[in-house]
Design a protein around this ligand. Sequence first.
Ligand code: NAD
Length: 351
Amino acid sequence: MRQQVCLITGGCGFVGRHLVARLAARHRNLFIVDDLSTGQHPALWLRGYVRSQHSDLEVFTNGDTTIQFLKTDAIDFFWRELRGERILAADAVPEVYHLASIVGGRSVIDGDPLLVATDLAIDALFFRWAAKHRDRIGRILYASSSAAYPIGLQQSVGLEGSIALREDMISFQENIGKPDMTYGWSKLTGEYLATLAAERYGMKVACVRPFSGYGEDQDLSYPVPAIAYRAAGREMPLTVWGTGKQARDFVYIDDCIDAMLLTLEKVTDARGINIGSGRLTSFIEVAQMFARLEGYETPVKPLIDAPVGVQSRYCDPTLVHALGWRATTSLEDGFSKVLEMAHRRRAATAA
Ligand SMILES: NC(=O)c1ccc[n+]([C@@H]2O[C@H](COP(=O)([O-])OP(=O)(O)OC[C@H]3O[C@@H](n4cnc5c(N)ncnc54)[C@H](O)[C@@H]3O)[C@@H](O)[C@H]2O)c1
């Protein structure tokens, strides 16, 4: 029988953990490559699996699904495979989800751009590996980002004058605008490599551009869980980075995964697809919403010296809607879940 395995790089990260949970219900064999630089070991989040060790591979099985986990740098993994080692022992790889990336939130993106530029190396090797193995790979999902959009389009403060980012505002046929730091450059370049993989190598590739994904188990270095954590402690005044007028398009993680899976199913030519609500929400509004959900009144205090990124980043969701996706979790419901988790995190720290 042909051995089939789906590969997920960066599968132990915030998005990866949610994705793996979904994929485990659809596939019998998954293979995760993650160096755990920011990710969490699968033993911490895979529930109901029995773990065993086979050389440097950890194997988790629940009777229905087997998940192999290799703790390694994706760069090493793809180099070793390119040099002829067969680490991913499978005749067919029906789906590949390439999420491994140094992300790290605004302080890393602005504070250590040459570290983040490592993403260029990860993606270059990934696509070279994919091209070499194209005969056994079915479909690829490349996790790009809204950071690939030109920052020049995202400088208006407030809704008035701001621009809903549309997929065709990135075009490899025309002049390319400057993306957001090395993180944005790597995603933009990754999308270009994805286009080459589709056009020149005949591969089926989908690129997604998530806006600000958030959820309960997101790291506290990201703004939504961080503000929730402070609100859960009834911080007064409640602080936000920058003026707080900078605004984003927030999308709940389950909705984000739905959109990723749908895009992989429906798009094969590597065109980028936005994943966002189309709604612009400022960080002041985020803080006010958490204070309201927590049930206390507080002024919101800007931390002017903190890094903020662009002023307004939100999407035109027309294309993802046309694929059949709608966000099903309102900001209110999603933030309530994050706040509940913030209380649990506080209780765990206090214990
Ligand atoms: N979360 C969002 O809202 C969002 C938005 C836009 C794009 N994305 C993209 O989605 C993907 C996942 O993002 P996330 O929010 O889960 O980030 P994350 O930091 O939680 O996950 C990234 C994972 O990649 C792993 N990793 C990093 N460098 C690696 C390397 N060299 N080798 C192997 N593993 C490595 C980390 O350990 C981590 O588990 C990323 O590509 C990111 O750019 C996410």
